[in-house]
Write a protein that binds this ligand. Structure first.
Ligand code: ZN
Length: 220
């Protein structure tokens, strides 16, 4: 079934399915756990629309390509065209928020990094971006206090809060719009906190955002 943007209720959102712009290395503790240097500017990469799949239903993970890591991230849905946008214009262009997994073939990525090659085959494969239904922006009163977490098989794996981002949400959107035009229906993934690790077939996942919105799913 083709992915379409939808609210958490399941109702469709009338925006096209665009690209996914991802931010790497936006939380200090995660940068340290992978022994990466602190970046001077946000690290950007993209996933195509074919990476998107709904998170609420069981999703598949690649087999035979080494470890598949979960990276739990706050996702933003953009509903305006943005180019060289200010931070105020950036905030105004957010339609809604969701939780997403930036699935990463970590062994493949490590090999690519060692050869100074781009990461796409580790990051942008089909189904590499399971994403929840969206939650209206009105529920998010403080963009610098968005708490979220991931439990796998009832064990807490990742706990994050947007207050720990190196670059704020509005700063990220503004920065991205200086490199790539953002269009209505595009998604931004804002980076993962520490605690990334492998997923195994049959794992039960529980993701929460704002300490009250809860999504249960599994992978196969
Ligand atoms: Zn990520």
């Amino acid at each position: 079934m083709k992915y379409r943007h939808h609210w958490l209720s399941g109702d469709r959102i009338d925006l096209p399915t665009g690209k996914v712009v991802c931010v790497g290395r936006n939380y200090v503790e995660h940068i340290h756990e992978l022994n990466n240097p602190l970046p001077d500017d946000p690290v950007l990469f993209m996933k195509p629309a074919t990476a998107l799949v709904p998170l609420e239903v069981p999703f598949s993970i690649p087999k035979g390509r080494g470890s598949v890591h979960h990276e739990t991230e706050v996702a933003l849905l953009i509903d305006k065209r943005l180019k060289q946008a200010s931070e105020n214009e950036s905030i105004d262009a957010i339609r809604a928020f969701a939780l997403a997994l930036d699935l990463t073939l970590r062994d493949v990525q490590t090999q690519l990094k060692a050869k100074s090659l781009p990461w796409e085959t580790a990051k942008a494969f089909d189904g590499s971006c399971p994403i929840s239904g969206f939650i209206a922006k009105e529920h998010f009163h403080d963009l610098e206090d968005i708490s979220f977490n991931l439990k796998v098989n009832n064990e807490m794996r990742q706990k994050g809060n947007s207050s720990h981002m190196l670059t704020s949400i509005q700063g990220l959107i503004s920065y991205i719009s200086r490199h790539f035009t953002l269009e209505p229906g595009d998604i931004i993934l804002t980076g993962t906190p520490a605690g990334v690790g492998p997923l195994e077939k049959g794992d039960q996942l529980e993701l929460s955002i704002l300490d009250r919105i809860n999504i249960q799913t599994s992978c196969y």
